[in-house]
Design a protein around this ligand. Structure first.
Ligand code: GLA
Length: 383
């Protein structure tokens, strides 16, 4: 991949630049908890974006996406926003840096990635973090890693229409090989947990349903609104509650009559999910993978029945996992399509994958995809 990027860069711009990379992420547990001030438990993976980049001494960015075979040119003022959605990620990062006082100028860049798009593995965070990290390094802006993650998140909010939390960008910037990150999304305190399922006799495997539902971002934003409605209602009794993270089931039940049945279910899921993250972290320290797996099924149930961000294909993959005796399985990421993450005992692995492929293909007329992932380092310059 890197060679392709370098060749294209030389062909288009007749020079060479620096090369940077940032990864996608998995999340063992803790979905839709980040924007509720709760905990998440992600790790960066060995799939990401790579970009070559060099300042060109003008006010214009010239960018080429190798995967999409598409070129874009844009200036750095707010009114220069490009049309192509891939280019808006790069533009957004530039704008967010400029808003923070970062003095950057035009640059030339080519990039490519191997994070599957729409699979819930945060290809967009990988892209944002690559450019935030690269520009900070190239222009010696001295922005710290927390702010780099926030720049990526703000890009989603302000230029891509997704009111996401901080998990994806944080994992992409702070990732550490062989470790998951327990992140408190309210304080941004984080702790690395060694994670080596293979040593304990398990494999972590992602099964991609290869479906991506339209309107995923508006449905995502709607979930966030539900949570905010419930917080508003709870605050009438408990003004100290800032996020659902600060609430418990008693507080939620107090306002049951004041919120819609739908909003109640959303909040119930979030409150339970935040606790599941803490339980999984404790279980992991004890090497208790059975509990880890049980909580993962709990998350799937909640995401499917209470938060309603699963879909037929993902529920089906989850059912197959259960039938095969897989230790843990659940929809991963924002939902509305994408992958299940499965914690599978090594001796079950072959039979599970075989059955999942066969049954899924019969039912939906196309194969799922399988990804093995290795927990890897976060944003960095290559070489
Ligand atoms: C997407 C968002 C994250 C997070 C997850 C769900 O990946 O970008 O901020 O909310 O969904 O956990």
């Amino acid at each position: 991949m890197e060679e392709k990027i370098r060749n294209k860069f030389r062909e288009l711009f007749n020079t060479t630049g620096n090369v940077y990379t940032s990864p996608g992420r998995i999340n063992l547990i803790g979905e839709h908890t980040d924007y509720n001030g709760g905990f998440v438990f992600p790790g960066a993976i060995d799939k990401g974006m790579i970009a070559e980049i060099k300042p060109n001494g003008t006010g214009v960015v010239r960018a080429f996406s190798i995967d999409l075979n598409d070129y874009a040119e844009f200036g750095l003022r707010e009114e220069d926003a490009p049309k192509a959605s891939w280019a808006r990620y790069i533009f957004g990062v530039c704008r967010e840096i400029i808003k923070r006082g970062g003095m950057i100028q035009g640059f030339d860049t080519t990039f490519a990635g191997d994070v599957p798009l729409g699979a819930g593995m945060s290809s967009s965070a990988a892209l944002e973090s690559t450019y935030a990290f690269a520009l900070n390094d190239l222009y010696q802006l001295g922005i710290d890693k927390f702010e780099l993650a926030k720049i990526g998140q703000a890009t989603e909010h302000n230029y891509c229409g997704v009111n996401c939390g901080i998990m994806d960008q944080f994992a992409s910037v702070f990732g550490k090989a062989g470790h998951l990150i327990r992140l408190d999304c309210r304080s941004l305190e984080y702790k690395y947990y060694p994670f080596d399922p293979e040593a304990a006799g398990y494999k972590l495997v992602l099964l991609d349903s290869v479906v991506k539902h339209e309107l995923a971002s508006s449905a995502y934003n709607k979930r966030r609104q539900s949570c905010e409605h419930v917080v508003e209602a709870i605050r009438c009794h408990h003004p100290e509650v800032e996020y659902l993270r600060d609430a418990d089931m008693n507080m939620l039940n107090e306002v049951k009559a004041d919120v819609s049945a739908e909003d109640y279910m959303r909040a119930e899921y979030v409150i339970e999910e935040i606790q599941r993250v803490l339980d999984v972290c404790d279980a992991l320290v004890k090497g208790d993978y059975e509990t880890v797996g049980e909580k993962m099924y709990g998350t799937h149930y909640g995401m499917s029945k209470l938060y309603e961000v699963s879909c037929e294909e993902l529920d089906y993959l989850n059912d197959i996992a259960k039938e095969c005796g897989v230790t843990g399985s659940r929809v991963m990421g924002g939902g509305f399509g994408g992958c299940t993450i499965n914690l599978v005992k090594k001796d079950l692995y072959d039979a599970f994958v075989k059955k999942a492929f066969a049954d899924y293909t019969v039912k939906f007329g196309h194969e799922p995809k399988l990804y093995d992932v290795v927990i890897s380092d976060g944003a960095r310059r290559l070489h």
